[in-house]
Design a protein around this ligand. Structure first.
Ligand code: DQQ
Length: 463
């Protein structure tokens, strides 16, 4: 499918990507007439951010995607002349409808487009922008991105914003028809010292007995979730945390699918320079579909969608055992698409982990280790003769047995980690030559018990 970049080993095999050029946020997620539709922020004219369109792809199984024609393009002289920025899709009396941020003259305002039954052609509304100005009486910094839902006969939406001197905000509006909107109040306002000065891409939905608000924060670039209650048109957070430890995961959007699952995709941004991106000719990938549910202590449980297991191909494993040093499990794997499941009891070891490295260049390595209460993800590669090294770490949640379950998804330049079904850590890494990998596990200063080490090569999602 993606012929243009076929020999680029930094491209992914089973994470969604645009055919070429720049992509960012997932938009307009919907399961419609049996198919999943994924729209996304796309710059078809180059590999860097520019005049943004909506790319579009379809999947019957949440795994295999087919690219469709661009869904939305900026219209010269209109409220979206400089870009069709992020938004969502709702079905209004049977009509698929997009609510997105029209970008013009450096400001964004809400716009509407209605779609054909196959979601291929979109008609922009003549009264765009449907909200003409920022809300009065509030001193806000920005105003964009939309999450829209229906309660009874009324439509509601939250728009991403920030209140000067206070913090990020999700502003609540209501409308009888998606066209005339009345500002209600802030659904939720954050503390700038904790969760940033501006919230992009708010996503608000019920989950189990609670409600969840997810926001992408400026300036730190992290994604925060809040779990709480929704009363009298206000959201009261009870717990909160990071949806992903890393800033390589951003601007997620979720939907409730036909199975009743809360599915979420996020944009995986690059970790290389604009010059390297220009040379590559593309940027950005989508996370795996993540499934959200609630933990018993009121936080988010985050798991990869089980459909991903259908991509398993060649399988490697070792028997359950104790280890106290380094053990090579497999060498010379010529693949850049792997899933690894590691279930380990720390035992008496002070550290344990897994390293995935180029079979002959020891400096090209991805290493994931558990040391004390920290999960540490490190990677190094050689770039034009220079060694690049990056490290990301997060606090593991205390667990009586000191046992941890890591699901590691390695795909081209993407490393997506699910830790104890509670946390994610996403990285981008760029090995200097096509992957020829050796995988080993290790423990130091004591014995760790490996309950499970499963390794699968992965099939492609493109036919
Ligand atoms: N990306 C979009 C904006 C959004 C930002 C522009 C988040 O609508 O705020 O591409 O990545």
């Amino acid at each position: 499918m993606i012929h243009k970049h076929i020999n680029d080993h930094h491209r992914t095999t089973y994470h969604f990507q645009s055919p070429t050029n720049w992509m960012n946020d997932p938009n307009g997620l919907v399961q419609w007439k049996g198919n999943y539709h994924l729209f996304y922020q796309y710059h078809p004219e180059g590999p860097l951010f520019g005049k943004i369109h909506w790319g579009h792809a379809i999947s019957h199984d949440l795994l295999h995607w087919t690219h469709l024609p661009i869904a939305l393009s900026p219209t010269p002289g209109s409220p979206d002349e400089d870009g069709c920025w992020s938004g969502c899709l709702v079905i209004n009396k049977g009509i698929p409808t997009l609510i997105y941020s029209g970008n013009a003259h450096g400001r964004q305002l809400p716009c509407l487009a209605t779609g054909s039954d196959d979601l291929l052609t979109w008609q922009k509304h003549t009264s765009n922008p449907v909200i003409q100005a920022w809300p009065e009486g509030l001193d806000i910094v920005e105003f964009r991105d939309h999450c829209v839902w229906q309660e009874g006969d009324m439509w509601y939406q939250v728009i991403g914003s920030g209140i000067k001197g206070i913090g990020g905000a999700a502003l609540l509006y209501r409308s009888p028809d998606l066209i005339s909107w009345e500002y209600v109040q802030p659904l939720c306002v954050g503390n700038k010292a904790e969760t940033g000065t501006m919230w992009e891409c708010p996503d608000f939905f019920p989950l189990g007995t609670k409600y969840v608000l997810i926001v992408s924060s400026i300036p730190d670039g992290h994604v925060y979730y809040f779990v709480g209650s929704y009363q009298d048109l206000a959201f009261l957070p009870e717990t909160w945390g990071l949806l992903d430890t890393s800033t390589h995961f951003y601007a997620p959007q979720s939907i409730r699918d036909d199975q009743g699952r809360r599915l979420l995709f996020g944009w995986l941004r690059e970790g290389r320079s604009d010059q390297e991106i220009q040379t590559a000719g593309w940027a950005g990938a989508m996370s795996l579909p993540r499934i959200l549910s609630l933990t018993t202590d009121g936080h988010l449980k985050i798991e990869p969608a089980p459909e991903i297991q259908q991509l398993h191909r060649q399988y490697y494993t070792i028997p359950s055992q104790e280890i106290s040093d380094n053990k090579t499990v497999v060498t010379d794997l010529s693949t850049n698409a792997l899933e690894i499941l590691l279930d380990v009891d720390t035992g008496t070891a002070s550290a344990w982990g897994i390293s995935i490295q180029d079979s002959s260049y020891s400096k090209e390595i991805v290493k994931i280790s558990v040391y004390k209460s920290q999960l540490i993800s490190e990677h190094s590669s050689l770039n034009a003769g220079l060694e690049l090294y990056e490290k990301e770490q997060c606090e593991l949640l205390p667990n009586k047995e000191n046992r941890h379950r890591l699901q590691i998804f390695l795909d081209g330049s993407v490393l997506e980690l699910f830790i104890d079904e509670r946390m994610c850590l996403t990285e981008r890494f760029y090995l200097s030559r096509p992957h020829q990998l050796a995988i080993s596990i290790f423990a130091s200063a004591g014995k760790a018990h490996i309950h499970t080490l499963d390794i699968w090569e992965m099939n492609s999602i493109w036919s």
